[in-house]
Ligand binder design. Structure first.
Ligand SMILES: Cc1cc2nc3c(=O)[nH]c(=O)nc-3n(C[C@H](O)[C@H](O)[C@H](O)COP(=O)(O)OP(=O)(O)OC[C@H]3O[C@@H](n4cnc5c(N)ncnc54)[C@H](O)[C@@H]3O)c2cc1C
Length: 456
């Protein structure tokens, strides 16, 4: 199949679900093998006024990569790593390359692709660009956006444009500042403005050594106070500060666990890089942990590549378990209700406590809480067993979000808005901001064919 559309029911069903728990069958599926095919699909779609929703790995948690309108355009076959340049420290890849494959290829040349969403084995670089994905290491290296140097984008007309970041000028008064760098228009645009065909990324030197520590604490408060001090103390230099509450740390400790009631002490997982030939910087972490009453006798250390991979596997087991538990209830209208909000990191403990209070007030079970505490960015997950339970959890989420906005936070720190979180956009952005976004969308996609229902 090149630019042809496949309307076979089984093929349509095979792309009807992502990690959001929603199910939407497209009218047709396109699986182009070349960039030229992608442009051809778009050209024909405009003529036929068919909507086009681009998909990479379909790991979206917000329903962004599924649709029940028009064509689902899967870019999985555009999977070539085109160039890795160890001198310029850059990588040029097609959009369908898996993040983990790019990370591995960069690692083989002693470099690092910094964005590390937990889903890296199943998610594509095109999806990471389109969602501005983050990960545990974002604390030190920033989100995907800061690593993108250039993009090749197919506009809805099928015209292909190469966009490169302009040089950073000390002085520049040309036009509106938000128009200066078109690369930024497309990073985080969730497929609504164009189709990313290729991306060029900055790579970083691979750290000589990395130490990971999983530190158990007696209470959530102690763990989160430790996170704040770890960010602010000059004695340690975390590249990630991840938190797992009592229920998710049970999954972290036993990744195969299927008991939803199992608990263990809350954990903070930290990583720090250090120079080759030196000892792991264990002592300052131990001191800090002891000051916060950690159970230092039960700290797990991860000191080589294999051990660090194991830590990632344990970490990945948590969202995977949440997705699996949520999907079991789909026939009854249930699903996982998850959040992606973030607050300034000092306010994280207060925000999580408010969410827990709200859950109690609504008489629903407590959420599973885990994620990027160093960035003030937890994921709270509820498992709704039917549509009514989902509705009750959504009330808790809405209440929490209002409090999050009051703290200067955001509804979507890394997963994007997609379809599920669209209704909360007006709580965070003013009507003026939304109308400017609509105007840009209208200019780039006048017939509203790209990823309808995402974001706006
Ligand atoms: C278990 C699990 C863990 C996760 N952990 C993280 C995490 O740690 N950090 C994080 O940021 N996210 C995480 N996610 C969410 C998700 O993996 C990321 O958003 C990822 O970047 C999506 O990539 P994808 O290839 O699966 O994109 P898809 O899900 O296929 O698409 C996502 C969005 O991008 C658009 N899109 C995809 N490819 C293109 C393209 N080439 N051009 C234009 N638009 C495109 C789609 O239209 C859609 O709007 C997780 C998801 C799961 C299931």
């Amino acid at each position: 199949m090149g630019a042809e559309l496949n309307r076979d029911p089984d093929v349509r069903a095979s792309v009807a679900a992502d990690a959001s728990g929603m199910y939407m069958e497209p009218d047709a599926v396109a699986r182009p093998k070349t960039q030229r095919d992608v442009a051809e699909v778009l050209r024909r779609a405009v003529v036929d006024r068919m909507a086009v929703t681009t998909a990479g790995g379909q790991t979206s948690t917000t329903g962004a990569s599924i649709t029940d309108r028009g064509i689902l355009l899967s870019l999985r076959a555009l999977d070539r790593i085109l160039d890795i340049d160890p001198v310029k420290r850059t990588a040029r890849v097609e959009a369908g390359v898996m993040i983990a494959d790019l990370a591995r290829a960069a690692g083989e040349q002693d470099m690092m692709f910094a964005p590390d969403p937990t889903s890296e084995v199943e998610a594509t670089v095109g999806g990471a660009v389109a969602c501005n994905a983050s990960g545990a290491r974002t604390l030190m290296y920033g989100p995907t956006r800061v690593h993108v140097r250039a993009l090749k984008v197919a506009l809805v007309t099928g015209e292909v444009v190469e966009l490169r970041r302009p040089p950073v000028l000390e002085k520049n008064t040309v036009g509106f500042a938000f128009a200066h760098d078109p690369v930024d228009w497309f990073v985080g645009s969730e497929g609504t403005l164009g189709v990313v065909l290729e991306a060029e990324f900055d790579l970083l030197p691979k750290p000589a050594q990395v130490m990971g520590l999983a530190i158990p604490f007696r209470t959530e408060e102690a763990a989160l106070a430790f996170v704040v001090e770890a960010r602010e103390s000059g004695a340690v230099r975390a590249r990630c500060l991840e938190y797992f509450d009592a229920r998710t740390s049970a999954i972290y400790r036993s990744p195969g666990s299927t008991d939803p009631e199992a608990t263990a002490l809350p954990i903070v997982y930290v990583e720090q890089t250090y120079d080759g030939g030196t000892e792991p910087p264990f002592e300052p972490w131990l001191e800090l942990a002891e000051r916060h009453g950690a159970d230092t006798g039960d700290i797990r250390a991860y000191l080589d590549d294999a051990a660090l991979r194991e830590a990632r596997r344990q970490r990945h087991a948590i969202p995977a378990a949440m997705n699996e538990r949520g999907s079991r209830f789909r026939p009854a209208g249930g699903r996982k209700v998850s959040t992606d909000w973030a607050v300034p990191y000092r306010k994280l403990a207060e925000a999580i406590a408010s969410c827990r209070t709200s859950a109690d007030a609504h008489g629903v079970p407590q959420p599973f809480v885990f994620g990027h505490a160093g960035n003030g960015h937890p994921h709270t997950n509820f498992i709704g067993s039917d549509a009514a339970a989902v509705g009750r959890y959504e009330q808790v989420v809405e209440e929490t979000l209002r409090m999050v906005f009051g703290m200067g936070g955001t509804v979507a720190a890394e997963h994007g808005i997609g379809k599920i979180k669209r209704r909360w956009l007006p709580l965070q952005m003013t009507p003026l901001q939304i109308s400017v976004m609509r105007a840009v969308k209208k200019q780039l996609d006048p017939h509203d064919l790209l990823a309808p229902g995402n974001v706006l």
